[in-house]
Design a protein around this ligand. Sequence first.
Ligand code: NAD
Length: 468
Amino acid sequence: MAEKAAAINSIRTVGNWINGKQVGSSSERYGDVFDSATGELCARVVMSIESDVDAAVAVAQEAFKSWSMTPVLRRARTMFKLKELIERDRAEIAALIAQEHGKVLHDADGSIQRGIEVVEFACGIPHLIKGEFSDQVGTGVDTYSMRQPLGVCVGITPFNFPAMVPMWMFPMAIACGNTFVLKPSEKDPGCSLKWAELMQEAGVPDGVFNVVQGDQVAVNALLTDERVAAVSFVGSTPVAEHVYATASAHGKRVQALGGAKNHLVVMPDADMEKAADALVGAGYGSAGERCMAISAIVAVGDSAEPLLEKLLPKIAALKIGPGSDNNNDMGPLITAEHRDKVRAYIDIGEKEGASLLVDGRKHDICASPGYFVGPTLFDHASKEMRVYQEEIFGPVLTMVRVDTFEEAVALVNEHEYGNGTSIFTRDGDAAREFANNIQVGMVGVNVPIPAPLRIPVGHLDVTVFNRV
Ligand code: NAD
C-alpha cells in the first residue's frame, strides 16, 4: 500500500497553466494518464472546476487589453520564435505523444510538422490581417474596414492529435491579437504544458495563453462564461453538437468539428498497388485514430479481388508495437476502454455477417499489456451494418462492394458523416465527376488522406457545426 502511494507521488502531475505558470486546481479530482503501450500510469492530470476556469478566463481577459494593442509585427515575431522553439524540441514532444497517445514517433513527428505549418502561416499575420479601403464611396466619403481581435478565445481539443489540433487554433488566434484558453483532452494532456512553456519562451506575455485541464466540468464552465468570445472545438459528434448549441446560445462564435467515417472508392482501372498502400497508411496509421482515417472501402465493379491481392500481404507485413519504436508502423489505442470498444465493434461486424478477412483481436500483439488491437479487415459489408455506418476510430477497414460508379457516389453521399473521401482511378473523367458530385468536405484523387492546409478545412453533415 505504502509502495503504491509512493509510486503515485513520484508520477508527474499535469497542472493548469494560468498567467505564466503551472498551477494546481482547487478540485481534489485527478484523472489518470496511461502509457498506452504498457498500460502503466505515467501521469496524473488535474480535473479543473469552475473556479479554475474563472481564474484562467479572468487573466486572459486582462491580458487581452495589452496584447490586442501590441503591434502586429511584434505579435508575428513571437510566431517566428515559436516555430524555431518547436523545431528545437520536436523530438521531446514526439516522445511525449508516443507515450501518452501511442502514435509511432515518425507519425507523432509528422503531426508536429502539420502544426508547425500553421505557425508558419500565422507568421504572415501582418499581411493576412490587413483591412480594406475604398475611397469616394459617397461624395467626400471614404470607408475602411479593419480586422479586429475578438477577445478571449477557447480551444477544446480531442485526444487523437494532442499537438496538432491545438496548433490549428492557438497560433492564429493569438497572432490575431486574441488571448486563449486551451482545454486539451484529459487522456493525453502533456503537450498542452509544453505549448505553454514554449509560448512563454517565445515572448508571448503571461496571461495570453492559458491551459485549463479537465473534462466536461471545465468545458461547460468555458461554454457558458460570458467573457469568452469564441469557441473552437474538435472532437466527437455528440459533444460537438453540445458545444455548438451551448456556446452559441451564450452568444459566442463557434466552430465545432465532429466525428468522421471516410470512404476510399476504388475503381476497376485504379493502380491497385497504390490504392493498397493508401489504404494501409490511411486505414491503420495512428491505429485508425484519425478524423481523416479511411475506414470504408468502396470496391467498384470487379476491383475487389485485385485490390485484396495487393492489400492482404501489406496488412500482414505491418509492424505493430510501442510508439517509441520508430520501426513500428502502428501503435496502441489510447485507453483500455477504447481498445475494448474497438474489439466490441469487431464482434458486432462478425455478428452482422460481414466477412472478417483479418481479425485484429487475434494479432500476437494483443497478448502484450498495452492497449493494442491488430489491423482488421471486413469484406462484403452492407450499408446497413453498424461497422459500416458508425465511427469506430480504430484499425478497422470495412469493404462494401458495389457494381457501378454511380452507386459508389450515392453510397458516400448518403452516409451520415462528410469529412473526407478519395477515389483511386486512372480515368480523368471519373475523377472529375467524383469531385464535382461528392457531398463531402474534402475530396482527394489518388491520394490517401485529402487533408489540405492553409485553405479552409471543409466538413459537411454531422462532421461540422458552425456559427462564425
Ligand atoms: P470527445 O468528444 O470525447 O472529446 C473532445 C473534447 O471534449 C475533450 O477535450 C473532452 O474532455 C471534451 N468532452 C468530452 N465529453 C464531453 C462532454 N460530455 N461535455 C463537454 N465536453 C466533453 O472526443 P475524443 O474522443 O477526445 O476525440 C475523438 C473524436 O474527435 C473522434 O470522433 C474524431 O473523429 C474527432 N476528431 C475530429 C476531427 C475533425 O477535424 N473533424 C479532428 C480530430 C478528431
